[in-house]
Design a protein around this ligand. Sequence first.
Ligand SMILES: Cc1cc2nc3c(=O)[nH]c(=O)nc-3n(C[C@H](O)[C@H](O)[C@H](O)COP(=O)(O)OP(=O)(O)OC[C@H]3O[C@@H](n4cnc5c(N)ncnc54)[C@H](O)[C@@H]3O)c2cc1C
Length: 344
Amino acid sequence: METILFLAHTETEGTLAKPALEALGAAKNLNAALPGSTLVAGLLGGNTQPAANQIAACGATKFLAVTGADFAASRYASDAAAAEALCKAAGATIVVAAGTARFNRCLPGVAQRLNGRADTHVSGFSAADGRVAVNRWYYRQRMEGSLTRTQRPWVVLVDPGSQTTWSGAVGTAAIEAVAVTLPDSARRTTVTGHREPAADAQTIRPDAQLLFVAGAGWTKKQADGQTHVPEAAKLILDFLKLTRSSLGSSKSLVDLGGEGQAVLPFMTHLNQIGQTGATPRHPKGLSTCCHGEEPHTVGWRFINERRAISLDANCGWARGKADVLYVADAFQVMAKVNALLAQG
Ligand SMILES: Cc1cc2nc3c(=O)[nH]c(=O)nc-3n(C[C@H](O)[C@H](O)[C@H](O)COP(=O)(O)OP(=O)(O)OC[C@H]3O[C@@H](n4cnc5c(N)ncnc54)[C@H](O)[C@@H]3O)c2cc1C
């Protein structure tokens, strides 16, 4: 019988973020699909009681926790020690955790210490006749594979954005503390602070309802024979401010900077969507001034509703890549859209 450990690290205020609640949703579904399996919750962080209370109604038979200042910040040595102790205390055979930067870094090492196996970027689970399988995408999201393992513990890191979040009433959970004594060698790294871009400068927003993609057309000569890059930058930034959308780009646009052409200064390779870029998950996507070629649109695989604005009625978007293509001048369309949005 499988013992499923839902493993989570808390956020600074002691609660669980959306990726952890998605992993819990997946762990609960797996628990329901495996008759006789047990669900245990394992938490690590500076303060774990708020997180335990947050998921008190999740149906876990135990709430194990490694708590303390040593486990507040992300650090390989202390996170790995805590996760290892929680896996052992739970007798876990399957560990389900969110694929956060913090866990992606340390949990494969934990699997190694426990002589288990780890799979990252998992986007689905299934269970038939007591046999568990996980799904993940390969070859830049072109092929989906389903795989199973006999080794235990099996540590499964779930891709954020791929699962439905668990939700339930807040309650009071009785935590069983798991003691971890760190050697000095596990405390050598200290986190001295966080640096992040100002809220307005942060254009990549994984939780946004809409992905707004800008293509190289924004920097190309327009009907008047001139480029209009500052105007393009303003239209795009105004739209982002008004909608809090996430900003994506085609490869051509982010590459232009390296070729000495006028570019949009807020755009980097981190914004690139596609085969050699990102494959984000958003309910909707709007492409502008982009041709919609396959190496780009392959990054749209997980965008549910796709629309595009291009001057070219024969662009890739018109060939089955978009639900709606507006054959129009994106400068004009976005100016009008921004004006309507500004009216509220
Ligand atoms: C191995 C490999 C990997 C690649 N990986 C990626 C990747 O990860 N991501 C990616 O994006 N690309 C990738 N590419 C490149 C990809 O094939 C395309 O070259 C790129 O996506 C084209 O970008 P674009 O559509 O923005 O530019 P362009 O092809 O220059 O298209 C610009 C479009 O803007 C339109 N336009 C111009 N002005 C306006 C206006 N005023 N209003 C509306 N429309 C206008 C034009 O009609 C045109 O359709 C890869 C290529 C290869 C070979």
